[in-house]
Design a protein around this ligand. Structure first.
Ligand SMILES: *[C@@H]1O[C@H](CO)[C@@H](O)[C@H](O)[C@H]1NC(C)=O
Ligand SMILES: *[C@@H]1O[C@H](CO)[C@@H](O)[C@H](O)[C@H]1NC(C)=O
Length: 784
């Protein structure tokens, strides 16, 4: 790798991070009402163009426009910085904007300043995922797209947002794990579909126009940034057909088919030797063909340049362009396609018709966004403006999301909640105790404002503040003594520790799961000295091995706040003092540090080896020791489950006519493509009783295990989440929760060839401590 130039994208990321850290709220550009992007009603010519006829079908308009473009013009529309076509009255457009958990200025399409000094900054996605509340995920998407449209109208934002990131959190070291909804494919897929629906607007809203266009990324098997000398620009992910079908593809399929996302981004890495952005099997056949993407496929930033320049996958830039376009890429983040496309066509490596195909996809999305409908202010969403950004309701939702996502990991005693009457002075210690931007994680924007943990707790009680460590690296003990003294003198001690972007970030994977530097030592020493109960609050995206604190009787309680967003300090304080009863659950496994020794980050396999020398990944396949399991999360109350109703037998009707044959009993499996899957679901009714004295929210998690005899030969998941539902239950009350389990999607297992099959026989459902068996039987077949 020596001698290889750093890809432009890496340099761009570094520049952006630099900008982010120095720009904080400085207005760089004055906002103003946006001029029409195209089809300006004041423009004589525009009225005559069929592509400007807002009432015509979009594909027809797109075809008309493509038919008017020259090859040179077409080439310049293939990059994120799409050029203007002045002779057709079309302005330039910057495609690259981001809105992972709030409108972000990572990406040149969006800026803060003027009338738009900031936007609502929601918790980082891993925290929001921990709420297990799909309505919350959609509600956040709605707020973010209100603010995005407002900024677009004001000339400060784009309409195409390259969010969410729905790669599986496969490895706990991944620096971008924080951006994802965790390790479970179904949770990630449900998050994707919900957030995308929120962003893009419900069907029928906005006169059939998209509110903004979302993008599910990075397709696929991308979850390594820079580990042990291997980086994402050079990594070849070797993925089995089985893992591809039952892990990596699941969220993307759900995003496209259920979320109806308008874009998918391919990744930097190769999968089985082919760069994802050059793989027709992944892009054309799967995303556009099998899943029917209605939208565009975009590259990760400069990834075509990367597979030519860094991976040497093609010998010329022109061949790289042709491979990408033919594979199904429609838009390049970067200048590579704009630069080399004409030569590739002239050299006969591809046809102009191939480019037309790409442009039909991108232009259609711009048309569905209303960009060719003339005056923005006269359109759906046209009245959104500065008054719709950082509204009290939006900021309240950011606070609510943090309250719903924070996870109570330990509560011995119980030490929590604290009480302002008994805990009149609380020592607040730690490098994350008074932070602002740490709370929003990466891919953030400029927040409307922040409440730090210190400020949040200060609203409940008197605080004694000590940093303890100068920063999260915590390389010395200079500040320990002050912290210890504070703990000695206070009625309770809250340590706010953990990570930030200096430890886990894009292009920075961890090599340890322990707390950095001497943080652990500080926690133990402070806990030893503390007069009152000691509470550990952790900020981190990925899991941290805090076994020492879990096992330390002096650390009475532990909260995981993830990166809780702009209002994180209020949410943490509300939970510590019991104004909010925590209900979040971990969306990923917390492994012990020694897990890393047997698991190279580069090994993609989800399943353990037979010898268990390689123990497998995520709760679905890994059965070894954990610090905290997937789904763990405590409450200040106590919930009891009782099964109200669930079928004990489900008949699976088969499609078509087949010979009567004894092969469909237990021990056999029916191919999903041979079953009549529509509406084939299994309804479970469960009563959740709140047996404690506080109101609270509880998430029902339904796991299934396939029959031993049916599925074992394919090494199916140990168990698999097949449904979840968050429910609010008042103290002493009981609520009924209904969960529908889709038989073909959820109870099928994937064989070694990547084929989904439904094993017949006893499937075991587990909901907390309730266990229920359902027998699946193929319908008796007709003799032919
Ligand atoms: C059932 O079908 C299998 C192959 O699908 C065949 O090998 C077997 O002989 C059949 N059994 C009977 C009873 O027809
Ligand atoms: C889920 O989130 C929505 C939006 O914040 C909220 O109204 C609802 O109460 C939440 N549900 C539960 C059970 O917490």
């Amino acid at each position: 790798m020596t001698g290889t130039a750093l890809p432009a994208a890496a340099a761009a990321t570094a520049t952006l991070l630099l900008l982010l850290s120095i720009s904080g709220g400085i207005g760089r550009l004055a906002a103003g009402a946006r001029e029409p992007f195209a089809c300006d009603p004041k423009d004589e010519r525009a009225r005559g163009f069929p592509f400007c006829q807002a009432s015509s079908p979009v594909p027809e308009r797109a075809r008309d426009l493509v038919g008017r473009l020259t090859l040179q013009e077409k080439a310049k529309l293939l990059g994120n910085d799409a050029a203007a076509v002045p002779r057709l009255g079309i302005k330039g457009y910057e495609w690259w904007s981001e809105a992972l958990h709030g409108v972000s200025n990572v990406g040149p399409g969006t800026r803060f300043g003027g009338d738009f000094p900031g936007a609502t900054s929601f918790p980082q996605v891993i925290t929001t995922a921990a709420s297990f509340n799909a309505s919350l995920w959609e509600a956040i998407g709605q707020v973010v797209s209100d603010e995005a449209r407002a900024m677009y109208n004001g000339g400060m934002g784009g309409l195409t947002y390259w969010s969410p990131n729905i790669n599986i959190l496969r490895d706990p070291r991944w620096g971008r794990g924080q951006e994802t909804p965790g390790e479970d494919p179904v949770v990630v897929g449900q998050y994707a579909a919900s957030y995308v629906r929120g962003l893009q607007g419900a069907e029928g809203d906005g006169g059939g126009r998209l509110k903004v266009a979302a993008c599910c990324k990075h397709f696929t098997a991308y979850d390594l940034d820079n580990w042990n000398g291997i980086d994402r620009y050079h990594f070849n992910a070797r993925v089995s057909k089985q893992d591809m079908e039952d892990t990596f593809s699941v969220p993307f399929r759900m995003c496209v088919m259920e979320g109806k996302v308008a874009s998918v981004m391919c990744s930097y890495n190769q999968v089985n030797g082919i760069p994802t952005c050059a793989d027709p099997n992944l892009l054309r056949k799967t995303v556009r063909g099998a899943w029917r993407l209605d939208g565009y496929v975009v590259s990760d930033c400069d990834s075509v340049g990367v597979f030519y320049g860094n991976q040497h996958y093609t010998s010329t830039p022109q061949q790289a362009v042709a491979d990408a376009i033919k594979a199904g890429l429609d838009l390049d983040c970067g200048p590579f396609l704009a630069k080399h496309t004409e030569e590739a066509v002239r050299g006969g490596l591809m046809n102009e018709a191939d480019i037309d195909g790409a442009l039909l996809n991108t232009l259609a999305v711009q048309m569905r966004l209303g960009m060719f409908d003339g005056e923005p202010s006269a359109q759906a969403y046209g009245t959104l403006g500065p008054k719709d950004v950082c509204t009290p309701a939006h900021q309240e939702l950011a606070l609510e999301a943090a309250r719903q996502g924070i996870v109570l990991l330990k509560n011995q005693g119980p030490a929590l909640p604290l009480s302002p009457r008994r805990h009149r002075a609380v020592a607040i210690i730690g490098p994350n105790s008074d932070v602002t931007v740490t709370m929003v994680g990466n891919y953030a924007g400029v927040a409307c404002g922040y409440t730090t943990p210190l400020q949040g707790i200060g609203k409940y009680t008197k605080t004694i503040h000590q940093q303890g460590c100068a920063d999260v690296a915590c390389s010395d003990d200079k500040l320990f003594e002050g912290a210890i003294q504070a703990a000695r003198g206070a009625d309770a001690t809250v340590l706010v520790m953990g990570l930030d972007q200096s430890i886990e970030a894009e292009f920075k994977d961890r090599d340890s799961l322990l707390l950095p530097g001497r943080q652990q030592e500080l926690v133990s020493k402070v806990a030893m000295a503390s007069k009152g109960p000691t509470v550990l609050v952790l900020m981190s995206g990925g899991p941290v091995d805090i076994s020492f604190a879990k096992n330390d009787l002096r650390v009475a309680a532990i909260l995981w706040a993830g990166y809780p967003g702009q209002a994180g300090g209020t949410a943490i304080a509300d939970i510590l003092f019991g104004a909010t009863n925590p209900g979040g659950k971990l969306p990923m496994t917390w492994y012990p540090q020694d897990y890393l020794a047997s698991v190279p980050m580069t090994v993609m396999d989800m399943r353990p080896t037979r010898s268990n020398l390689y123990p497998g990944r995520t709760y679905r396949f890994y059965g070894g020791p954990v610090v905290y399991p997937f789904g763990h999360g405590l409450s200040y109350t106590h919930f009891v489950h009782t099964l109200a109703s669930a079928p004990s037998t489900v008949v699976v009707p088969l499609a078509g006519r087949r010979p009567a044959n004894a092969t469909m009993g237990p021990g056999k499996a029916v191919r999903v493509t041979h079953a009549r899957c529509a509406r084939l679901s299994l309804g479970v009714q469960l009563d959740v009783q709140n047996a404690g004295a506080r109101d609270g929210a509880h998430t029902v998690l339904v796991f299934s295990t396939p029959p031993k005899d049916g599925g074992a030969r394919w090494a199916p998941p140990r168990s698999q989440l097949v449904g979840f539902q968050r429910v609010h239950v008042a103290a002493g009350a009981r609520e009924r929760v209904g969960i529908n389990i889709h038989v073909c999607k959820s109870l099928s297992v994937v064989d070694g060839a990547g084929v989904r099959r439904i094993p017949m026989g006893e499937h075991r459902l587990q909901i907390g401590d309730v266990v229920h068996s359902v027998s699946l039987q193929a319908e008796p077949l007709r003799v032919i």
